[in-house]
Design a protein. Sequence first.
Lengths: 264, 167
Amino acid sequence: MTTRTEVAGTREARVANAAFEHLLRLADDRLVLGHRLSEWCAHGPILEEDIALSNIALDLVGQSSALLALAGEAEGRERDADALAYFRDEIAFRNVQLVELPRGDFGFTIARQFLFDAYSVLLWDALQHARHKPLAGIAAKALKEDKYHLRHSSDWMLKLGDGTAESHARAQRSLDELWRYTGELFESDAVDAAVARQGIRVDHEALRAQWREMVADVLHRATLAVPADGPMATGGRTGCHTEFLGHLLAEMQIVARSHPGASW
Amino acid sequence: MVTRTELSREEVLRILDSVKDPEVPVVSVVELGIVRDVHVHDGAVRITVTPTYSGCPAMRELEHDMRAALEARGASEVAIETVYAPAWTTDWIGAEAREKLRRFGIAPPGRAEQGGLIALVRRRASVQCPYCGSRNTVLRSEFGSTACKAIHYCNACEQPFDEFKAI
């Protein structure tokens, strides 16, 4: 029988190949969120939003593809972006739980996107100056795209929060539900310490402070309340996920796994 | 039957200038700034490209078209390498290509934002209608038919139009 430790890897193994681990974290956040967003394709509330959410999904999946290719090189086991996206099991995914939660209603999707976009813009802004040049290149490019995403989700937070009583209530409820999944974005562990020595340094505490300020500013304008900090969900970065990720991956991976090596 | 010939760097660039973006068929991959560099050595052609958007579905097709165009002209060995830095910017699109976009009905991009994080509450200047030239236009959606475009509406001539987003 295979144990969880063998599949998810030990702490020692994660630190031994810290660059691979770190790149997977960046890639998986975007792959899973991109896939979640793509579920809106042909289901958007209005045509423009259908197009917008699908466009954002494409950007995120595109970013994850570049990051997975880099992760595969760091790992050195000949796994390319497709192998890493389609042939890893749930327990080997390193995304935060925030991005795997079901899409909910439009308000929930937008609230999650806003919380993630604000984090992502700040993260890329820091990583574009990383000494690790290939990652810095991807960061500078992704930053341009994510600024558009953040403008889009911020605009919608204003419209929903400062809109009707119904849209306000739904936006606030979504934020309250999502808040406990935001702690994971700013966690820092031995993998972060190890990659810092390899030219990928992120000050998560500083990032959290900037993020809070940015999020509070928009929520205030949107007449929404910043939820109170309570216990935070954790585990995604080491392969512990909610029950929702497995279902998402089953749908995303079924074709590639049923027809390995197929091309079209 | 195509005869194998050794193309010069200038010839390669000229051939690539005939390869158009499938989504914007009036401007070439060279005019868009997707082709960053070309090296020719012993008949082998090496092209360095950079994607417009990370998720642009046209990139794979463009690479295929570039390869096909060069092979049809006798290139025997074509390698295409993707680089991410420096990140693609619409500022690389020249005046002539911008005019081609406008005549095609796509408002050309303004200046790309420099540095800074983001103005969350934005007051974007209105974009000039490519059909009638009016500035009495409104932004309908930041996201359009392709990753690189936004949708606007002209109140003067009552037409929707695309804008090539400044990035």
